[in-house]
Design a protein around this ligand. Structure first.
Ligand code: URP
Ligand code: ZN
Ligand code: ZN
Length: 468
């Protein structure tokens, strides 16, 4: 079965050109100058005239079905990957979980059981290590060697849940330095945050906004700097800071990168568009919708402006969503009267491609940088390149036809995520996902869904392309 995507403007990380994309089966076989593709025959033709053709989005940070905060993230692998597909994302990297006292491989097996046969798009896993000990360190080697899992997330936050102390972090980093894996860090000083949380609650400060106030930027910056120092001690172990939200944390990443260190970072759309005052501080309990960690930052400080700048300068390499949805009903409501009991997380896997395209429209990013931050760099960072993240012969035919003349209105009434609200309710995007192709199959076309659960395959990943 062949497919010709014809008449579009192909946008890649390194340039933009009118080109036709020929697909055979699941693979791209040619990227053709339109002047020379007149004679090419294909079983199916997609007219992309006036539209961009980009590599399918890769969301490198999702939490489908994550048990967390006394409940579980409301998107299953089935609903979450379907929603991702609607929004132009054709690969996710989700986080399998090992908790303290659990065998790492058991945690991984549990994640495979959740995802296997249920995904609409291709998927891979990082591994959360919630209990770094001798066995977990051995398991890291085994996962890198045999399971295609080459990145491990540690937490400097959430004491008693996923928290690792500095000694555990250092040992995991030393192991990663040896086996080539990437350490992903949730960088917030959780011990200090817990003190601030208890003090706030004792003062009767229970509304959702206090979630943000008790997680100040200084404690994200401190933890980021500490993680960078620990990685340096571990002979420059590769380090990737997840969901970076604060200018001060970004400054530490920028300094490390200027010094040639193996330090990388991602941010998320919520930190580019949403704020402590306008969302987390919404009247009554509404702000619970936006309780996530790291938290939304103040609009009176230059965080969002600095994050866009960081994306331009590559101090921020990737935009992921940290998709971790919870409904208001029965989930976020667990924290009525006590913000510390609100499950932490925002859902957005469906909207990342659009929200970052809006950055192009607003003059924040170039077209090429849009593609680089949502698809190409995630593939290279996490060992999926060139199978994913690029439009070139031999790569998987994961393509999005994106209409710059379309519009997208975000609403809980129309989104496909399993959430009873939207963090971006009412947002208007000056662009629209027109068609989505996953490994040669058209799964979204003109507002209709043609995908199916079970189409998505598990991807074994290699080491990051960025390491020195
Ligand atoms: O609030 C968040 N980010 N929830 C998901 C878990 C994590 O820390 O990434
Ligand atoms: Zn985290
Ligand atoms: Zn996360």
């Amino acid at each position: 079965m062949s497919l010709l995507v014809k008449g579009g403007i192909v946008v890649g990380a390194t340039g933009t050109q009118p080109a036709d994309v020929l697909v055979e089966g699941e693979k791209i076989v040619a990227v053709l100058d339109p002047a020379y593709s007149q004679t090419v025959q294909a079983d199916e033709l997609i007219d992309a005239t006036g539209k961009y053709v980009i590599p399918g989005g890769i969301d490198a940070h999702t939490h489908m079905e994550l048990p967390f905060g006394g409940t579980a993230a409301s998107d299953t692998f089935e609903t979450g990957t379907r929603a991702a597909a609607w929004g132009g994302t054709t690969t996710i990297i989700d986080f399998a979980v090992q908790r303290t006292g659990e065998v790492v491989q058991d945690g991984l097996a549990a994640w495979h059981a959740k995802a296997d046969g249920n995904c609409h798009i291709d998927y891979a896993f990082h591994m959360i290590l919630g209990g770094v000990d001798d066995d977990a360190l051995k398991a890291m080697d085994q996962l890198v060697a045999d399971e295609g899992i080459t990145s491990f997330k540690l937490f400097m936050a959430y004491p008693g849940v996923f928290y690792s102390d500095d000694g555990q972090i250092l040992r995991a980093m030393q192991t990663a330095r040896e086996n080539g894996a990437m350490i992903m860090m949730h960088a917030e000083n959780g011990i200090a945050i817990d003190v601030l949380v208890q003090q706030a609650l004792a003062r009767g400060e229970t509304d959702p906004i206090y979630h943000g106030i008790t997680r100040p930027a200084a404690l994200e910056a401190e933890a980021t700097n500490r993680a960078i120092s620990l990685a340096e001690v571990a002979r420059d172990c590769p380090l990737y800071i997840v969901h970076l939200s604060a200018s001060q944390a970004l400054e530490h990443v920028a300094v490390a990168r200027d010094n040639g260190r193996n330090v990388f970072a991602e941010t998320c759309p919520q930190y580019l568009y949403l704020t402590l005052e306008d969302q987390l501080g919404a009247p009554g309990f509404e702000g619970a919708k936006w309780v996530c960690s790291t938290p939304l930052r103040s609009k009176h400080e230059p965080h969002a402006k600095d994050l866009w700048k960081g994306l331009r300068s590559n101090d921020l390499a990737i935009v992921s969503t940290d998709h971790c949805p919870f409904c208001m009903k029965d989930q976020k409501e667990l924290g009525r009267g006590d913000f510390s009991k609100i499950p932490n997380g925002i859902g957005g896997v469906e909207h990342r491609v659009d929200l970052i395209y809006q950055g192009v429209v607003d003059g924040q990013l170039s077209l090429e940088r849009w593609v680089e931050t949502i698809a190409t760099t995630p593939a290279r960072m996490f060992g999926l390149y060139p199978q994913k993240g690029v439009i070139q012969p031999g790569s998987d035919a994961d393509l999005v036809v994106y209409d710059p003349n379309g519009t997208t209105r975000i609403s809980a009434e129309t989104h496909h995520m399993n959430m009873d609200h939207s963090a971006y309710e009412g947002f208007e995007i000056s662009g629209r996902v027109d068609k989505v192709i996953s490994r040669g199959s058209v799964i979204v076309a003109d507002g209709n869904y043609h995908g199916r659960k079970g189409h998505g395959r598990y991807l074994r990943r290699g080491l990051s392309s960025y390491l020195v």
